[in-house]
Design a protein around this ligand. Structure first.
Ligand code: NDP
Length: 458
């Protein structure tokens, strides 16, 4: 019988890998984990956590201005990018250390180095070969950059977190989560921001009303959004500034101090030895897995962004735990995700759960739409013309609420709670029977009396 060094060897110390390692160790397995950079992965080191800190920072300028309406006199504010980045770096160092400590305390062997697959049960790390009964690939993703002349002058979110100073003129390219969030961050901190997106409207895949509402709100905050836009090249000037050539009907050149591409992410698989071990990929480059996270090689599993399915931290964590429970917990655990709430930490933020109006129309014969668009009480005393949008999508036949969507302050905090109701199959009558908390923006979700429209599947 083969003796393995470990029962589970995890490649990648991000959200999915760390959870799998800890759950497996908790179930009594001998586990090792390898990370080539810093424990914590995209979310902790260069994603969700530092991004949210920067989003908080970007709110203050508006808050100082709004304070005047409540009687405050605030002297002109000054901002130190360096202090913000130092604080952010300290926090992610603290969190990364906690990740490592938690792993060690769970009895996991914590390794530093780049691991590669040799075969179905062997991994090479730091010039040593290690044998494991099972191997888990949890190497995450990395930014994708289109191949245009001068793309080497562009940065991605990776570099944006560590710029030495705040650029004055910023071009953000892309219309997804990261583009919209960073456009808001740079704008809120005082930069002049242009967002360039190739499609008809930002945030493809989100509810159309949310997309339009956020577009308008970002415009009011001074972000210049260019739709149906294309960039043909970037050139660096002698002073370091970047000349961006826009193609198409608006053939023109504009100068920026930084150009940030947020044009999607791709699985991190370079040099992993997947082909050598026989691990197959999907056409989009993600590692192919079944509902248990098992790859085409029975002893090798994969979770999280490297599988290129839903690239969200809580999903990777669920997948990691499910693999550990399936392998060592005497259970067959799949990750069933019928309802995935998510947020875009734009300014104002989006919270969303369930079906968009367009998705519901495709799947149901008749749907009811309830919508409210209002100015929150906070802005009764400010000069800010910011409005909140909330929306419910309801199946007309069963009255089940299929989707809840919001753009406005605290939308992610509010939608998290509504996600429970929607997961449990709450009907519009359940929402109506729920007492409001007054005065809040959230109460609008339970006081939507009149339907805005009824639509039929065409
Ligand atoms: P997204 O897939 O959300 O958006 C990519 C954007 O880039 C789209 O607007 C896409 O346009 C555009 N694009 C793609 N290729 C090109 C190209 N060749 N030229 C020009 N534009 C292009 O990716 P992100 O990078 O924003 O984020 C990656 C993932 O990370 C997200 O999908 C999400 O799962 C996760 N994430 C989640 C966050 C959260 O939960 N708050 C925050 C940040 C990231 P088109 O629409 O036309 O395809």
């Amino acid at each position: 019988m083969t003796t393995f060094d470990y029962q589970l060897f995890v490649i990648g110390g991000g959200s999915g890998g760390v959870r799998a390692a800890r759950v497996a160790a908790g179930l009594g397995a001998r586990v090792a984990i390898a990370e080539s950079y810093r424990y914590g992965g995209t979310c902790v080191i260069r994603g969700c956590v530092p991004k949210k800190l920067l989003v908080h920072a970007a709110h203050f300028l508006d808050d100082f201005a709004d304070a005047a309406g409540f009687g405050w006199h605030v002297p002109p504010a000054t901002f130190s990018w360096q202090k913000l980045i130092d604080g952010k770096n300290q926090e992610i160092a603290r969190l990364s250390a906690i990740y490592q400590e938690n792993l060690a305390q769970s009895g996991v062997t914590v390794l530093h180095g780049t691991a590669r697959l040799v075969d179905a049960h062997t991994v090479e790390i730091n010039d040593q070969q290690v044998c494991a009964e099972y191997i888990l690939i949890a190497t995450g993703g990395k930014p994708f950059l289109p191949n245009i002349p001068g793309i080497e002058y562009a940065i991605t979110s990776n570099e944006a977190f560590n710029l030495t100073s705040l650029p004055t003129r910023v071009l953000v390219v892309g219309g997804g989560y990261i583009a919209v969030e960073f456009a808001g961050i740079f704008n809120g901190l005082g930069a002049r921001v242009t967002l360039s997106y190739r499609g008809e409207q930002i945030l493809r895949g989100f509810d159309d009303d949310l997309r339009q509402h956020l577009h308008d709100a970002m415009g009011k905050k001074g972000i210049n959004i260019r739709l149906r836009d294309e960039i043909s090249s970037i050139e660096q000037r002698s002073d370091g500034a970047l000349d961006v050539v826009f193609s198409g009907s608006r053939n023109e050149t504009q100068t920026f101090d930084a150009v940030m591409y947020a044009t999607g992410r791709v699985p991190n698989i370079d040099g992993l030895g997947l082909a050598r071990a026989g691990v197959e990929l999907e056409n989009d480059g993600g590692v192919r897995v079944d509902q248990y996270g098992r790859t085409s090689v029975a002893s090798i599993y994969a979770v999280g962004d490297v599988t290129n399915r839903i690239a969200l931290t809580p999903v990777a964590i669920r997948e990691g735990a499910a693999v550990a429970q399936t392998l060592f917990g005497n259970a067959s655990v799949t990750v069933d995700l019928p309802v995935v709430p998510s947020a875009v930490f734009s300014q104002p933020p989006i919270g969303t759960v369930g079906l968009t109006e367009a998705e519901a129309l495709e799947r149901y014969a008749e749907i009811d739409i309830y919508r409210a668009n209002f100015r929150s009480l906070r802005h009764a005393l400010t000069e800010r013309n910011e409005r909140v949008l909330i929306k419910l999508v309801v199946d007309a036949a069963t009255q089940r609420v299929l989707g809840a969507h919001m753009v406005g302050s605290d939308a992610p905090e509010i939608i998290q709670g509504l996600a429970i109701a929607i997961r449990l199959g709450a009907t519009k009558a359940d929402f109506d029977a729920t007492l409001a908390i007054h005065p809040t923006s959230a109460e609008e979700f339970v006081t939507l009396k009149e339907k805005t429209t009824r639509r039929q599947h065409s």
